[in-house]
Write a protein that binds this ligand. Structure first.
Ligand code: HEC
Length: 150
């Protein structure tokens, strides 16, 4: 009788330990999801990126013209922690930065481009990788030359 209780207790401890482990360490591991921009249209964003010439200063996935190296590459920015090293990367801050970079970082080389809020939202959706093949196919092609995204 006492043995039965002991075994039961042991089983309970092992099981609850397992459950705790799964929750505490997220096992099996899950990839942290990239940020997403609510109400942003990535296709419109892509057009706005070309229209405002973001492409002349930034490398941006799925925008062929975007090979500029004045500013940082914007690949995988949905997983970056800070924007421009000063703003926590959130959808709202992404919009703020795109609309008014100089209000946030007065010395930045990134110009005020008079981007509307909806356009900034759409651009953000594109930059966060929404609606792109990248999302369903993790791992980018590296710098391997000659691969032209549409
Ligand atoms: C004249 C060049 C230039 C243009 C045009 C430009 N940027 Fe930038 N951008 C920069 C520079 C330089 C930085 C780095 C800012 C800093 O760290 O202070 C930057 C930073 C950024 C960042 C933060 C990147 C990071 O890694 O933290 C985002 C997002 C961004 N730009 C988006 C845009 C978008 C969208 C447009 C078009 C509306 C645009 N930029 C147009 C030069 C430019």
């Amino acid at each position: 009788m006492g043995r039965k209780i002991a075994w039961g207790l042991l089983a309970f401890l092992v099981l609850s330990g397992l459950v705790f482990y799964v929750f505490a360490y997220q096992w099996p591991p899950v990839r942290d999801p990239a940020l997403t921009m609510p109400d942003g249209d990535p296709a419109q964003g892509r057009q706005a990126i070309v229209k405002y010439g973001c492409s002349s200063c930034h490398v941006i996935p799925n925008v062929r013209q975007a090979t500029g190296r004045v500013g940082p590459k914007l690949e995988d920015i949905g997983r970056q922690i800070y924007l421009a090293g000063v703003l926590p990367n959130t959808p709202d801050n992404m919009i703020r930065w795109i609309m008014h970079p100089r209000e946030i970082a007065p010395l930045t080389a990134m110009p005020e481009l008079d981007v509307s809020e909806q356009e900034a939202r759409d651009i953000g959706a594109h930059l966060y990788g929404q609606g792109s093949v990248r999302q369903s196919r993790p791992g980018h092609g590296g710098s391997g030359g000659g691969h032209s995204p549409r």
